[in-house]
Design a protein around this ligand. Sequence first.
Ligand code: NI
Length: 172
Amino acid sequence: MAILKIVKAPDPVLKARCKPVVKVNGAIQQLLDDMLETMYEVPGIGLAAPQIGLNIQVAVLDISNEKEENNPVCLINPEIIQTSEGKNTYEEGCLSLPDFYENVIRPKEVTVRFIDRDGKTKEIKADGLLATAIQHEIDHLKGVLFVDHISSLKRNIILRKLKKLKKEGIIK
Ligand code: NI
């Protein structure tokens, strides 16, 4: 297991479309385990491969709270196959945009098809925070950040601040 370095915005690796995984092998399983360990360490509720510098369709998440047992979800090549008409608003954050939070409106329920850590195809129908977290992570695999869902004015302010923090060496 290893703690991986998380890429902070703005960075071109966060804006690229990710390639699907061809085969779930030991290397992919190791990557998933390292990503989970990294996510728990911060802590965060989701982490996508571009955030550790890899443009492949892999993401992990866990929305359980501190009092509950860990409930990791590994998503390989995830695809949203159904979305609800109803919407939900959550204040979102992202490990690649540290300390910035904004309300994002997304479909309330989604059905996602994906390959799990064992290479099996699965489907989950999610609502609430899990639905939002899944959509947030799948966005990452398309080069989309949560700030791409808010006004360009707010987005540019956040990205400029992050750029400045990087330049000053406050964040890496
Ligand atoms: Ni994120």
